[in-house]
Design a protein around this ligand. Structure first.
Ligand code: GLN
Length: 274
């Protein structure tokens, strides 16, 4: 049975992995967006900053995980600390704890990330993918991006079939953002793409895939930050986190997303989509 949220106070603990080192191109805005969209619905949030040396216990008690991107140098520093936490993070992801991992963070979840200088950062081997950075001389994959979602459940409030009826540029089945990465990510067989590239480079500038989805964990190259201009994605993460924590279906009261969708559609228009 669906429960309307008001007036029962729900709480969510958001685990922010390495906020000092893994946050670039506005990524911290994703945490603010999640907090605000909860607050506007009377959902209490606590944000745990999980910086270098954080206790496993603090991560394990999070209902929703976020990690932003970074340059190769920061990724190398974080990799040492993250290695000791990979078992816990892997178990949480397997168990369906929702999470959003942007760019450098997304690369960490794979088998490895080959840096621009050729050194290998071992990945956590949670997502079936790997990332190669062809080096400083190669073009960086930068610019505005638009993606058509491959993951119907993510398409706000729709059934599978609704997804196919929606026009190419319907904001409910698209994501927009900004990318800037040297790494090219290649998906294996045991993982799905988050979306298909309409404009931009996405995972590798070749196979038109963008991001990856594994259980309730999402990797993406979209900075910006990604969530404010894609409120349906933010709400999906919050809904999954609440339903997992409270073990019941949750129905959200819609928010007035006029400004968010204006920003979303502005990028689609700018990229001449639809
Ligand atoms: N350093 C990685 C790369 O260049 C990730 C970049 C990022 O997180 N924006 O691909």
């Amino acid at each position: 049975m669906n429960h309307i949220l008001y007036p029962i106070p729900y709480t969510l603990t958001i685990g922010w992995l390495y906020p000092e080192l893994m946050s670039t191109y506005g990524d911290r805005g994703n945490v603010i967006c999640l907090q605000k969209r909860c607050e506007w619905r009377g959902i209490k949030t606590e944000v745990k900053n999980l910086d270098i040396g954080f206790k496993i216990y603090d991560l394990r008690n999070c209902d929703l995980v976020f990690m932003g991107g970074a340059q190769d140098r920061q990724q190398r520093i974080v990799a040492f600390d993250l290695k000791n936490k990979s078992k816990t993070l892997g178990e949480m992801i397997e168990d369906g704890t929702p999470g959003l991992y942007i760019c450098g963070a997304y690369q960490f979840l794979g088998k490895y990330y080959k840096e621009a200088d050729g050194r290998i950062i071992d990945g956590l081997c949670i997502f079936d993918l790997f990332t190669d950075n062809p080096g400083e001389k190669s073009q960086r994959l930068t610019g505005n991006v638009a993606v058509r979602l491959c993951h119907p459940e993510l398409v706000s409030g729709s059934q599978q079939e609704r997804d196919s009826d929606l026009p190419q540029n319907d904001s409910a089945c698209t994501l927009v953002g900004f990318e800037n990465h040297g790494g090219r990510t290649y998906l294996g067989k045991n993982i799905k793409a988050l979306g298909t590239v309409l404009k931009g480079f996405g995972n590798n500038g070749k196979d038109k895939t963008e991001g990856a989805v594994y259980k309730n964990s999402f990797g993406s190259y979209l900075h910006g930050p990604i969530l404010p201009k894609n409120p349906h994605f933010a709400d999906f993460l919050i809904k999954v986190a609440l339903e997992k924590k409270y073990k019941k279906n949750i129905t959200f009261s819609p928010l007035d997303d006029f400004l968010e969708l204006q920003a979303h559609n502005f990028i689609l228009k700018k990229l001449q989509i639809g």
